[in-house]
Design a binder for this molecule. Structure first.
Ligand SMILES: Cc1cc2nc3c(=O)[nH]c(=O)nc-3n(C[C@H](O)[C@H](O)[C@H](O)COP(=O)(O)O)c2cc1C
Length: 444
């Protein structure tokens, strides 16, 4: 029997600046707030998450309207699927930074379509503006439709994308370190604004990037943003083991979560890291009610509002494979996918276990990962504690089925139970996101 874990778990909230955060039918829920183009929607979300003591808000991103399903973006738009609409996450987070004081703010930015200088500058700025609460979800992107929006006829191969990502992150780290911590003085009497000997060019010349530096933003409160990663291919796992502070992952069972957790902690050790410095947060879609019957009623409603075509359209984009071209009543065939390995593993396991055909799989996928977190507050919190105590995770990425009601009930019903068990904070004890996660500030 493994030792009982007494440290506290971490909770992040996955909320897209778009129609879907947890469940594809969520935006159709009668109590859903559909005003996702209003700044007030996000300031209210930030307020609620901070009042509930979440570690961070996580904004996913995408750089096109996906058109993998039936070769068109129609299904995404018609059904309000995951990629139908997406605001720029950095701008949304800047607004939330101004109206919160503790909540971590995580933005997704692709290493395949941006340049390290611009990305380093944007995150250094967000880290200053939020007094040390920024995080970067480092993605390599995986869709042709994104390449086509950035002047490319073909996207890079997976290996090339990871090669570029590796150098990209090295360059951003050099840029964040191009200012010594004590370089900015702002002494009006001497006068000395910044020490010239504390700010250095980086003179990076590599395969993908030539960057002279230094950055034109001083070193930020956290030194650099917290790094988040979600790649699950062999390259993705190595990249995460080397760089990530936090891994976001989806599973379809406790067993696969435990196996992944053990493997990634071991991989981190192989890179010479303390496995505790890598936090693994699986995505869950909790549907919680005052009683089990109330939760099941909510689930029935969300299920009725979630169309199979919406989930299948998103799965086609995640796997980068047109699933409309297969017989809809047959199981997902085994295949080599060029899309997201993590999502493929999740649906392949589900298919193997349940034998459901594609139409049903689309509906299940549209409902979000994992059905084990549906029920009374007691049942949901007990299950979260079980996952945590059995070393399947260091906390969770909470993908609420609809906003704001799904989040309000999770915060009101489940969080107090985790707090009563001593497994979640009642108050923030530090001010930066690194403080919340128990991570050290990187030395310059
Ligand atoms: C749970 C999860 C969430 C992800 N979120 C995003 C995202 O918001 N934007 C994006 O471009 N890629 C996202 N990805 C894709 C990965 O971060 C990664 O770039 C992609 O999976 C390719 O890596 P792989 O081949 O190692 O899986 C996500 C992947 C997973 C498993």
């Amino acid at each position: 029997m493994a030792a009982v874990r007494t440290e506290q778990m971490h909770l992040a909230a996955f909320a897209a600046a778009g129609p879907v955060s947890g469940c594809h039918g969520g935006w159709r829920h009668p109590a859903a707030d559909r005003n996702i183009l209003d700044a007030a929607y996000y300031t209210e979300l930030g307020r609620l998450l901070e009042a509930s003591k979440f570690d961070m808000l996580f904004l996913p991103d995408i750089l096109s309207i996906p058109n993998r399903h039936e070769g068109s973006h129609d299904s995404q738009l018609r059904h309000g699927a995951l990629g139908a609409l997406r605001l720029d996450p950095m701008i949304v987070l800047s607004i939330i930074a101004a109206t919160t004081r503790h909540l971590g703010l995580a933005s997704t930015l692709s290493t395949s379509y941006f340049e390290p200088y611009a990305v380093a500058r944007a995150f250094a700025t967000l880290d200053h503006m939020s007094a040390g609460r920024s995080a970067w979800n480092i993605v390599t992107s995986f869709q042709q439709s994104e390449a086509a929006n950035f002047g490319r006829t073909e996207q890079l191969s997976r290996d090339e994308r990871y090669d570029r990502a590796e150098e990209f992150v090295e360059v951003t780290c050099k840029l964040w370190d191009s200012w010594r911590d004590d370089a900015l003085v702002r002494d009006p009497v001497t006068p000395l604004y910044a020490r010239p000997d504390g700010v250095s060019a980086i003179d990076h010349e590599g395969k993908w990037f030539n960057v002279r530096g230094p950055l034109n933003v001083s070193r930020s409160p956290q030194g650099r943003p917290v790094f988040i990663q979600a790649g699950a291919s062999g390259r993705g796992r190595d990249f995460a083991a080397k760089w990530a502070d936090v891994i976001f992952v989806t599973h379809s069972s406790l067993e696969s979560a435990k196996a992944f957790y053990a493997e990634m902690k071991e991989r981190a050790q192989r890179f010479g890291r303390d496995p505790q410095s890598l936090k693994i947060l699986p995505g869950i879609v909790p549907i919680v009610g005052e009683t089990e019957a109330i939760a099941l009623e909510q689930e029935r409603l969300l299920s009725a509002l979630t169309e199979s075509q919406a989930g299948l359209s998103t799965l086609s984009y995640h796997l980068d494979t047109d699933l409309a071209s297969f017989p809809q009543d047959q199981v997902l065939p085994e295949m080599e996918v060029s899309g997201v390995q993590g999502h493929y593993k999740e649906v392949a396991e589900l298919t193997r276990k349940s034998g459901i055909g594609l139409r049903e799989l689309g509906h299940r996928y549209g409902m979000g990962p994992l059905r084990e977190f549906i029920g009374s507050a007691d049942a949901v919190s007990a299950n979260m504690q079980r996952w945590y105590q059995e070393n399947a995770c260091d906390g969770f990425m909470i993908q609420v089925p609809y906003l704001p009601g799904g989040l309000e009930s999770f915060a009101r019903l489940v969080i107090p139970q985790l707090q009563a068990a001593g497994l979640f904070r009642r108050e923030y004890s530090g001010s930066t996101l690194r403080d919340h996660l128990g991570l050290q500030r990187p030395a310059n």
